[in-house]
Design a protein around this ligand. Sequence first.
Ligand code: TMP
Length: 214
Amino acid sequence: MTLGKGIFITFEGIDGAGKTTQILRLSRWLEGQGLHVARTREPGGTAIGDAVRSILLNPAYDDMSPRAEVLLYAASRAQLVDRVIRPALAEGKVVLCDRFVDASIAYQGAGLQLGPELVAQVNAFALDGLRPDITILFDLDWASARDRLVRSRGGGQLDRIEQRDDEFFHRVQSAFREIANRELERVKIVDAAQDPDAIEQEIRDIIWKYIRQS
Ligand code: TMP
């Protein structure tokens, strides 16, 4: 099945909320329904974006200024929008993107306290008018998310962002919830504490309803 126009779906939430596994499950299910799916992630998703990602997440760069950090995320985003997301949407694909601009509003705007307006302004240039059609927010309290994150690393090192303190992640979490409460039409909150099969079903229902209506 090819859609008349593509659909752009983003997935957000604090680290450790379990997005990545669910995106893979949804992608396989949508393909099983005969849809053409493009799966990507931020930062990254392009060769240039992956190079920027390795700078952003490298714990050695602990001196990165908040403004430089916002711009690097936005640079990776601009490349992804121009080279991957817009072309895929033009082909009528369902684009599943692991994080997008809401992450910058939450992590840099609230977490780093740059403020949501400034981060939105910088990103307006990177987005060039593109907005997600629908966003799934994985909601999980930070204590549980941090436990999952540490377990998933199996004793390995956390990245530069993951190493930030609890206050940072509490600000990020509240910002995501504020975005969801402000944009009820676009952002759907999913309780990420449920078991994975229940989460998968809930996400399928939300997305399928959206696809049928559009
Ligand atoms: P990931 O672990 O989900 O791949 O994301 C990489 C990290 O980058 C994660 O800690 C969230 C963070 N991040 C931001 O701080 N701002 C952004 O705009 C994006 C997309 C991610």
